[in-house]
Design a protein around this ligand. Structure first.
Ligand code: SAM
Length: 286
């Protein structure tokens, strides 16, 4: 079958099934073969790999994955796409389609059953309305993952990769960098999709750390401190932590811990590195 990355083929399939694009599901299908090749190369898909694809759409990226990987499991929420996928992927016997919400299935169990607990690769042109919950779920559920290579909104990719002291640095940068090494592979303009999104996009590869870059006993507290520090961006970190519900540290306790790590009590969250947040966490954990 001719590839769906050819826009003519995509239009033909959409018309044949009279498919209605659902905005609420973030449906913007890729129609550029070069971008798809770049994603395959960045994700480093080989003949031994088990790949989880989130949101296959009409199967454009799935066709590329099926040609390179050993096995592809694709999870699609929109049941109207299932009959289309049966046709567009009929040439491949290594693709399994699941009609489900990625945030509601027991991924850990599925991966354990289908890949015997060995690390998988995740590749997706993500629905932008739930990018962060999907990525955090993949990290926090502790599914064995080698790398996650995804298309996201450009601004979100920039935030994931940002370093301390820059305008894009925030809770998302720290959360992602705690689990993985981010690398922006390519910027992708709206004309590579059908329909065209209103925002620019980027492909980012998140390579899971073998070992976390910082040691923390209380991961929950670390993430609470991070959220508290960026909750009110213009406030000092000290005030942010003091006012954050769920945390009960006094201003003095925070000031004392900040002094011990050698930074000013008036510092703002955006100036602190992951290592410094981890030190602060150990000092405040009692
Ligand atoms: N992979 C296709 C491509 O690149 O052309 C489609 C990508 S489109 C940006 C996102 C896809 O994710 C859509 O097919 C949408 O229906 C699906 N989707 C949205 N929310 C989902 C969810 N919660 N679980 C699984 N799939 C979802």
């Amino acid at each position: 079958m001719e590839k769906l990355s050819n826009p003519k083929k995509t239009i033909e399939v959409i018309q044949k099934y009279q498919f209605d694009f659902q905005k609420k599901f973030g449906q913007n299908f890729l129609i550029d073969g070069r971008v798809l090749e770049k994603i395959m190369d960045a994700a480093d898909i080989g003949a031994e790999d088990f790949v989880l694809e989130i949101g296959p759409g009409i199967g454009t990226m799935t066709q590329y994955l099926a040609e390179r990987a050993r096995q592809v499991m694709a999870v699609e929420i929109d049941r109207n796409l299932i009959p289309i996928l049966s046709e567009t992927l009929s040439d491949y016997d290594n693709v399994e389609i699941l009609n489900a919400d990625i945030l509601k299935i027991d991924l850990r169990k599925a991966v354990e059953e289908k890949n015997q607990g060995k690390p998988i690769k995740v590749v997706a042109n993500l629905p932008y309305y739930i990018t962060t919950p999907i990525i955090m779920e993949l990290f926090e559920s502790e599914i064995p993952v080698d790398n996650i290579t995804v298309m996201v909104q450009k601004e979100v990719a920039d935030r994931m990769q940002a370093q301390p002291g820059t305008k894009d640095y925030g809770a998302l940068s720290l959360a992602v960098q705690f689990y993985a090494e981010p690398y922006i592979v390519a910027n992708v303009p709206p004309n590579c999709f059908m329909p065209r999104p209103k925002v620019g996009s980027a492909v980012i590869r998140l390579t899971r750390h073998q070992n976390p870059p910082v040691e923390v006993k209380n991961k929950k507290l670390l993430f609470q401190l991070i959220r508290a520090s960026f909750n009110q961006r213009r406030k000092t970190l000290q005030n942010g932590i003091k006012n954050f519900s769920g945390l009960s540290f006094s201003k003095e306790e925070v000031a004392d811990a900040l002094e011990q790590i050698g930074v000013s009590p008036t510092i703002r969250g955006e100036a602190l590195s992951l290592e410094q947040f981890a030190e602060l966490c150990s000092l405040l954990d009692r």
